[in-house]
Design a protein around this ligand. Sequence first.
Ligand SMILES: [Zn+2]
Length: 96
Amino acid sequence: MKDRALINISLERIDTLFSEAMKTDNIELSRRYIKIMEKIGMRMNITVDRRIKRMYCKICKTPYKNISVTVKNKMVMVHCPYCGSIRRIPINKQKK
Ligand SMILES: [Zn+2]
């Protein structure tokens, strides 16, 4: 049974965990925060906000801080400095 109050609490926790992950300089700690954040989303069956989702690497779960971004073939390429993966985001989908 999904309860509105429970959903609100979990959304709040996702926000808090993400801002803590961005604040800390400890990479291991920020990865842990992101993993907990994803678990809360999974358990409550809620989608983590797109703005938050695009702020961390999907593969190594590290928040992007000073990253390099290039534009190629109408795609924004985000290079993760920690695991070396490249994420491609289509430009026309970014407006929403
Ligand atoms: Zn990565």
